[in-house]
Ligand binder design. Structure first.
Ligand code: COI
Length: 356
């Protein structure tokens, strides 16, 4: 391990980065957990700050049955990726944005959070310790999953007395089984993901449990995922269970504005900048279902899904298709621009890519 992680990570004697190659078929890699070598862990008490963490072998953690996260959902997660460049170096994409989002979420969920530098150094150390699991260039990425949770015991409803910050990683390929082929979404009209004043804008674990019912029902009917509407007017787009959504009409691209109920996606924010730099007019605003159904193209963005083109939307029993059977031109253009940046294949004029 390099010395840059010395302040955030205690390297126990058990950690020696393994270099033998891993037994994975990179061609068939999907988005599922692959057990890797090490995870990072550190704890702190309520009101305290996280101590220097350590890398330990990936495995189960011990937690009290009365932990705040298990009983009252006091937990947050993040998601980011490391890419292997053709020259062998390893790249991270905007990790300090994930750190800042975790801090915002921690504030909302009454949790202490690691500092931006501790978060980023811990991510780097965890990636380096698991280097052999990073897919070769063009074969996927190493998905990094930081978790922040109330691990101390509570019985009455209150913030937990102790917190755990943990990072594990897994090599991943495409999120949707469709790969880069367009996905089919259904607009959910009965259930909502978030409401004003709630926690829709932070990456708390409960937001994801709350969408499982609608997502499972949609999958059982052959859809890839669900698109949620706002819970007040029931006509403005919010987001998909696992990603943000964009609507393209001519040279105009719009995406639901961040207003407390939508996750401020880092890929969302990056795509807005990339699209603007390529001459598109991008607007963050209230986007109606009518605009969605009238669009030339629709695509989703997220760390896991990257840029996923949408092939059809079903709303109140009627389906609208986009872009024939292939990937829409704008979705393809933005996907290519973003992934080339993330993989170090184009010049990083934005200063978003960190080499570790
Ligand atoms: C991500 O894109 O990293 C997420 O956290 C979404 C998750 C549902 C896979």
């Amino acid at each position: 391990l390099t010395s840059s992680n010395a302040s955030a990570v205690r390297t126990s004697s058990a950690v020696s980065t393994r270099s033998e190659s891993v037994d994975i078929d990179w061609e068939t890699l999907g988005f599922g957990l692959v057990h890797t070598d090490y995870m990072y862990i550190t704890k702190c008490s309520q009101g305290g700050s996280f101590s220097e963490g350590e890398l330990v072998p990936f495995g189960y953690i011990e937690i009290s049955p009365s932990a705040g996260v298990l009983n009252y959902g006091q937990g947050l997660f993040e998601g980011l990726k490391a890419y292997r460049k053709v020259d062998g170096s390893i790249l991270l994409f905007r990790p300090e944005e994930n750190a800042a989002r975790m801090m915002m979420g921690a504030e909302r969920m009454c949790m202490p959070s690691p500092s931006v530098s501790q978060f980023v150094e811990a991510v780097k150390a965890t990636v380096l310790a698991n280097e052999r699991w990073i897919p070769p260039p063009g074969k996927g990425s190493l998905y990094i999953r930081p978790l922040l949770m109330g691990s101390g015991s509570v019985l009455g409803l209150a913030p937990a007395p102790e917190y755990t910050f943990l990072i594990y990683v897994s090599p991943v390929g495409n999120y949707f089984k469709e790969g880069l082929s367009p996905i089919n979404l259904i607009v959910e009209t009965a259930m909502h993901r978030a409401s004003p004043g709630g926690t829709g804008s932070v990456k708390t674990i409960g937001n994801y449990a709350a969408v499982l019912k609608a997502q499972s029902a949609a999958k059982a009917r052959g859809y890839s995922d669900v698109l949620y509407l706002d819970s007040v007017h029931k006509k403005y787009l919010e987001e998909v269970s696992s990603c943000n959504v964009f609507v393209v009409k001519g040279n105009n691209i719009s995406t639901p504005a961040i207003k407390g109920t939508i996750l401020p996606g880092i890929t969302r924010k990056s795509i807005i900048d990339v699209a603007r730099s390529q001459g598109f007019q991008v607007e963050e605003k209230a986007v109606t279902v009518d605009e969605l159904l009238d669009a030339d193209e629709v695509f989703c963005t997220g760390t896991a899904v990257v840029v996923s083109p949408v092939g059809s939307i079903t709303y109140l029993g009627k389906s609208v298709s986009y872009g024939g059977s292939g990937v829409g031109l704008v979705s393809q253009q933005l996907y290519t621009a973003l992934t080339r940046l993330q993989m170090g294949l184009s010049e990083d004029k934005m200063g978003w890519v960190i080499e570790i």
